[in-house]
Design a protein. Structure first.
Length: 85
């Protein structure tokens, strides 16, 4: 099985939520990790499920980045299995 993942730095994008909602609608098979220095903390839960599968405040640190990728793929697989996307 081929898994698809988008890691996107959203700082500086105009209206990233609208773009991400549209992207998710067009590409529901792609797991998404958001990166923003404005996030207060990393979120590896499905809290932002409408626009992402995981989010992190700093992609420059290997361990949080690896954890976010793992969580995003796992969360996305669960959403697909439960058909909640």
């Amino acid at each position: 099985m081929v898994r698809k993942l988008l890691v996107i730095q959203i700082d500086g994008l105009q209206d990233p939520a609208a773009w991400l909602i549209e992207f998710c609608a067009g590409f529901p098979d792609v797991a998404i990790v958001l990166v923003s220095r404005h996030f207060a903390r990393n979120d590896l839960t499905g809290e932002r499920r409408m626009i992402a599968d995981a989010s992190i405040a700093d992609a420059g640190k290997r361990v949080p980045f690896a954890m976010a990728v793992t969580a995003a793929l796992s969360n996305h697989d669960e959403y697909l299995a439960r058909r909640i996307i």
